[in-house]
Design a protein around this ligand. Structure first.
Ligand SMILES: [Zn+2]
Length: 271
C-alpha cells in the first residue's frame, strides 16, 4: 500500500525526530508522498528544506496562516508577503522543489477571534493569489464556518483552474452540512488523527458521508497523533492509522481507501 500524507509540518529538531528519522520510518510504513505544509516564514522554510532533501517524496504548500494575520495587517506588508509567495512559486521548481498548493491559509476564531477581520483579509488575498497561480488551496477553519464558506464560495465562483483542483479543507472537524456545502463547491475533505479519537463518534458519522472521490487523509504532524499512538509526537508514518480507522468507519477495506485517497490527492495536487 502507498500512503499519501497530505498534510505534515516539519521543523529542525534533531535525533529521533529529525527529518531523516521521520522519513525513514514513514518509508517503512509505506508512505510515498507527503505535502509539507507551511503557514509562516519559519514553517514555509522548513517545508522547502524537507522537499529539497526528499524531492521525490515531498512537495510543499506555501502560505501565511491565521497567526500571521496581525503582522500582515498593513496593506504594504501583505503585498510584500504575496510577492514573496509569487517569487517562491516561480523560483523553487528551478531548484527541484515542486509547489503543490497555497497553504495552509484560513480562519481560526477559536484561538484568535480578535483578529477576525485581518484573518479574512489575509485569507481572501491568498485565495486570489491561488487563482492567479492556478494552485489548489489547503484551508484551515475552526469556529469560522460562515466566513470560511463565504470566502470559499467566492473563490469557487472565480476559480479559473481545473475544477477538480480547487482545494481541500484540512483536518476536518465540523458537521456534515458544512462538509456537504464544501463538497458541492468542489472542495476535498481531509481527515486527520482526530477521526481515531475516543470521543469522535460525531466526526466518524460525518466521515461516512463524504463521497469517496473527495476524501483525503493526513497526519497534521507533529500534532494530533492518532490512536494508538496518542501521547507520542505525530509523524507522517502514522497516517496508516488514520486510513485504517476511516476504512472501518466507511465499511471499506483499507487497501481500497488508501488507493482512493492516494489517487484523489495526486489529482488535487497535480502530482
Ligand atoms: Zn496544519
Amino acid at each position: 500500500m502507498n500512503f499519501f500524507d497530505t498534510h505534515a509540518h516539519f521543523s529542525r529538531l534533531g535525533g529521533e525526530y529529525s527529518l531523516e528519522s521521520q522519513i525513514s520510518r514513514a518509508e517503512e510504513m509505506g508512505v510515498t508522498r507527503i505535502v509539507a505544509v507551511g503557514g509562516s516564514c519559519e514553517l514555509n522554510k522548513a517545508a522547502v528544506d524537507a522537499a529539497t532533501a526528499y524531492p521525490g517524496m515531498i512537495r510543499v504548500a506555501l502560505g501565511f496562516d491565521r497567526d500571521e494575520a496581525e503582522a500582515l495587517g498593513k496593506p504594504s506588508d501583505l503585498c510584500d508577503a504575496l510577492d514573496r509567495l509569487r517569487l517562491a512559486v516561480s523560483q523553487l521548481p528551478k531548484r527541484g522543489v515542486q509547489v503543490a498548493a497555497i497553504g495552509e491559509i484560513g480562519l481560526d476564531y477559536f484561538y484568535s477571534a480578535e483578529t477576525a477581520e485581518q484573518q479574512v483579509a489575509l485569507f481572501r488575498a491568498q485565495l486570489e493569489l491561488a487563482n492567479e497561480l492556478r494552485l489548489p488551496v489547503v484551508i484551515h477553519s475552526r469556529d469560522a464556518d460562515v466566513d470560511t464558506l463565504e470566502a470559499l464560495k467566492d473563490h469557487a465562483q472565480t476559480w479559473s483552474g481545473d475544477p477538480e483542483r480547487i482545494g481541500v479543507l484540512h483536518c476536518f472537524t465540523r458537521d456534515a452540512a458544512f462538509a456537504a456545502d464544501l463538497v458541492d463547491l468542489g472542495y476535498h475533505i481531509s481527515f486527520s488523527g482526530i477521526v481515531t479519537f475516543l470521543n469522535a463518534d460525531p466526526l466518524r458519522e460525518v466521515a461516512r458521508t463524504i463521497p469517496a472521490d473527495r476524501l483525503l487523509i493526513e497526519t497534521d504532524s507533529p500534532y494530533l497523533a492518532p490512536a494508538p499512538m496518542r501521547g507520542k509526537r505525530n509523524e507522517p508514518g502514522f497516517v496508516s492509522h488514520v486510513a485504517t480507522r476511516l476504512a472501518a468507519v466507511r465499511d471499506t477495506d483499507v487497501a481500497e481507501l488508501t488507493e482512493q485517497t492516494f489517487e484523489n490527492a495526486s489529482r488535487l495536487f497535480g502530482w
